[in-house]
Design a binder for this molecule. Structure first.
Ligand code: SF4
Length: 425
């Protein structure tokens, strides 16, 4: 295995002193946000015009650290980083909210929480909310799809806007930013919902990227969850290890270590970091240092890669990615089929590409370096494991394939059933 390399700063930042460069707040303050700044990355004035059009739909934000990893704007890191005009392609097979997450938000009706079971019920609750705003509130911070766990939408911010993001509708819109402490549409109402529902044992603090918050606020969020006795698993959803590893400072490590261990009464306490490395070139020396610092707290780390055309759709790349992750002690966890999200058409691969990668990984690597291949189905059907869930394959007639996929029924509104999945060419 070759040694991990330190990031080589782009010439734009060569004069920045080391103290600033390694300060995560400096990195956040100095993110690339304006298309004209891309003239420093091999773009022409004509390219910039296209990019301006794209950023009106999905903004751009890139840390100097991650921008410095870009060797080629059409290479595996560049494609995830800088806007491309292909993001403007629209087809009938794309959705703003491909996983129907917005459907799975509960409501508080007077003193009682309710989950809509059907679209009609949801629309009725929305109507009541509009007519009686004091009595009916939507819990905007909670996505409760599977009975025993929730995704807690804590922030609209990320260190970087990854071009393939599945939550573009939220991270693109600062009006969805929850209020951390007070405000009924904010975090407090989400905590109240979790506390009122003893079935919920697993909470994913996500967004956006929860590590966009200060250490003090992360301590507040973990502390509030710690007070809820039935919450057994706390997860932090973050791509900062990849896009801004300096975020993992000593203060953060200290906060996390306070929520890991065994209480004198015998209650296990754990924190799981869900991160998102997609390509071996993202695993720098700095990223590995951040991983080691987090692991020293006792937290566990799992990776959730997304299969992306032109980025990581080659078995050799994935073998390399997963063997480095395994050497850092990161659980390979999930490899996701790319969602049918607006602006993602050029990133999507046929299912066969992922199935071939899985064949290569299961044949040539050990279990510690082999993820589960997951399709999170459109329409809110939830996650399925591939290839196991595939029950039939048919010719779609236009060069595509149609897969019959067995759903699990784990998403609370839907029964197990076979659904059609139309692939991409
Ligand atoms: S860090 Fe995650 S939530 Fe934020 S833009 Fe990237 S993929 Fe989306």
């Amino acid at each position: 295995m070759s040694l991990l390399k330190k990031v080589q700063r782009n010439a734009l930042w060569k004069d920045v002193n080391e103290k600033d460069w390694t300060n995560w707040k400096w990195q956040q303050r100095n993110t690339i946000r304006k298309p004209e700044q891309l003239l420093h990355f091999g773009y022409t004035k004509k390219n910039i015009k296209d990019i301006q059009e794209v950023t009106q739909i999905f903004r751009m934000r890139v840390t100097p650290y991650f921008a410095s990893l870009v060797q080629d704007k059409k290479g595996p890191i560049g494609l995830q980083t800088f806007p491309q005009k292909e993001e403007l392609i629209r087809t009938p097979d794309q959705y703003a909210d491909p996983l129907s997450e917005d459907f799975f938000r509960p409501y508080k009706v007077r003193n009682k929480f309710v989950r809509p079971g059907t679209e009609e019920e949801r629309l009725e609750l929305e109507l009541d909310k509009a007519m009686f705003p004091e009595e009916v509130k939507r819990v905007d911070t909670i996505i409760h799809k599977y009975d025993n766990r929730v995704l807690f939408y804590t922030t609209a911010n990320c260190a970087m806007t990854c071009r393939h993001c599945t939550r573009k509708r939220l991270v693109n819109d600062t009006s969805t930013q929850p209020n951390i402490k007070e405000d009924n549409k904010g975090v407090a109402l989400g905590m109240e919902y979790i506390a009122s529902n003893p079935e919920i044992i697993d909470v994913i603090l996500s967004g956006g990227d929860v590590l966009s918050y200060s250490n003090q606020n992360i301590d507040y969020l973990l502390g509030k969850l710690d007070e809820i006795n039935h919450v057994q698993i706390k997860r932090l959803g973050t791509r900062n290890l990849v896009t801004l590893p300096y975020r993992v400072d000593d203060g953060l490590a200290e906060v996390i270590s306070n929520y890991v261990g065994l209480t004198p009464e015998g209650k296990p306490k754990s924190v799981r970091i869900n991160t998102h490395f997609n390509h071996p070139e993202e695993i720098t020396y700095e990223a590995a240092e951040a991983v080691m610092k987090l692991k020293a707290t006792g937290a566990s780390i799992g990776n959730q890669a997304v299969l992306l055309k032109g980025v990581n759709d080659i078995p050799e790349t994935m073998k390399n990615l997963y063997s480095i992750l395994a050497s850092l002690g990161i659980d390979p966890y999930y490899l996701y089929q790319c969602d049918k999200n607006f602006g993602n058409e050029h990133f999507r691969t046929p299912l066969e590409v992922g199935l071939n990668i899985m064949d290569a990984l299961t044949t040539h690597t050990s279990g510690v370096a082999t993820p589960h291949f997951i399709k999170d189905l459109e329409g809110g059907h939830g996650k399925v494991h591939l290839p196991g869930a595939i029950k039939g394959i048919r010719d779609g007639g236009d060069g595509t394939k149609i897969y019959d996929i067995q759903t699990t029924g784990a998403a609370y509104t839907l029964q197990p059933q076979i659904i059609e999945y139309k692939d991409i060419q």
